[in-house]
Design a binder for this molecule. Structure first.
Ligand code: NAD
Ligand code: LMR
Length: 325
């Protein structure tokens, strides 16, 4: 019998969590035979709604959910946890950039970083989804000096999945036929979804699509997909965001396949000449819970420019919240 994993989910009564929790209870991220204890964090005003969510979770009679803790105190929520999905934060509305959310969301992540530092398991894996995800993850990490920076990652998987889906549709193949997709940089309009290393059924992706589609269709479609969803739904993505968070945590917990990589926001170690100390999305592999940035990729002039633009935006975001470090 496996020892239960303790999993924190913040913003547990929000729309992403409503898509995420039931799949978590079905074993998506950690396996169908892995018992879990859920630690659900919300703000005080959302506790009645959270009680309803917990009633529904109980009504699933999940064979793997051992117990559920509900709280509005991050020091209770993060006590001895192994994994954290930091989702709770305000979403943007039409016309806003994600970085406009820094003013309202940044402090959530300094408080939660301190709580993680104080009470979480030292091997905790913290995935930040609340926007702007890269810089919020950096704030949390900076407020948790006793935890390794390797314990923190920001969510790039939604962009990665969007990029795979666009390329698969263009080439008329299954998403599983696409390997080695890469998203560089920020989860924002400057991100650089890159198909230079991607393959489609083993063939170079760039030999199958024309440059004009790559530059003028694929890149902007992936960059602006979040806004397109908000325009269409009146609310930001939730089902796909929950799916991406579950996918990213699964890759972190269980590893990546031998013949592929994924994109994750991690603290830059200077790889690809990206400034150290930024939370930047790189292509990565994972083995035994350790994330490694894929090394040795050839970066051409076009890519270098795109990677710098998104790096510059992350520097600006970091400088705007330095007082919280
Ligand atoms: P939502 O408003 O439906 O839910 C957010 C929940 O967080 C609310 O229930 C709120 O009460 C709670 N909350 C607020 N402050 C909190 C705190 N300090 N502690 C605990 N809970 C808190 O929003 P949503 O649609 O679920 O989106 C959540 C966040 O995820 C937003 O910032 C959104 O922009 C972001 N998001 C990121 C991605 C990504 O790819 N990184 C994708 C989609 C959405
Ligand atoms: C997304 O990419 O769908 C999310 O970050 C939500 C948003 O604000 O675009």
């Amino acid at each position: 019998m496996k020892v239960p994993l303790h999993i924190a989910v913040t913003g547990a009564a929000g729309q992403i969590s409503y898509s995420l929790l039931f799949r978590l209870a079905a074993g998506h991220s950690f396996g169908k035979d892995q018992p879990i204890v859920l630690h659900l964090l919300e703000v005080p005003s959302a506790m009645p709604a959270l009680e309803g969510v917990v009633m529904e979770l109980n009504d699933c009679a999940s064979p793997i959910v051992r117990s559920i803790i509900m709280t509005d105190d991050p020091f209770v929520a993060f006590k001895n946890i192994d994994h954290a999905f930091l989702i709770g934060a305000r979403p943007r509305t039409l016309g806003m950039a994600r970085k406009d959310l820094l003013k309202v969301n940044a402090e959530i992540f300094s408080t939660q970083g301190k709580a993680l530092n104080a009470v979480a398991n030292r091997n905790v894996k913290v995935l930040v989804t609340g926007n702007p995800a890269n810089t919020n993850a950096l704030i949390a990490l900076k407020n948790a000096p006793d935890l390794s920076p390797a314990n923190f990652s920001s969510m790039s998987r939604l962009d990665h999945n969007r990029a795979i889906s666009q390329l698969a549709e263009k080439c008329g193949v299954l998403t599983t036929d696409i390997k080695n997709m890469t998203v560089w940089g920020n989860h924002s309009g400057t991100q650089y979804p890159d198909i230079h290393y991607a393959t489609v059924r083993g063939q170079d992706a760039l030999s199958l699509v024309d440059d004009n589609w790559f530059v003028n269709n694929f890149i902007p479609t992936v960059q602006e997909r979040g806004e397109a969803v908000i325009k269409a739904r009146g609310q930001s993505s939730a089902g796909s965001a929950a799916n991406a968070a579950l996918d990213q945590m699964r890759a972190w917990a269980l590893g990546t396949p031998d013949n592929d990589w994924v994109s994750m926001g991690v603290l830059s170690d200077g790889s690809y000449d990206i400034e150290k100390g930024l939370m930047y999305s790189f292509p990565v592999t994972v083995e035994d819970g350790e994330i490694q940035i894929v090394q040795g990729l050839n970066i051409n002039e076009f890519s270098r420019h795109r990677m710098r633009v998104t790096e510059d935006e992350l520097k600006q975001e970091r400088d705007a919240v330095k007082h919280l470090f």
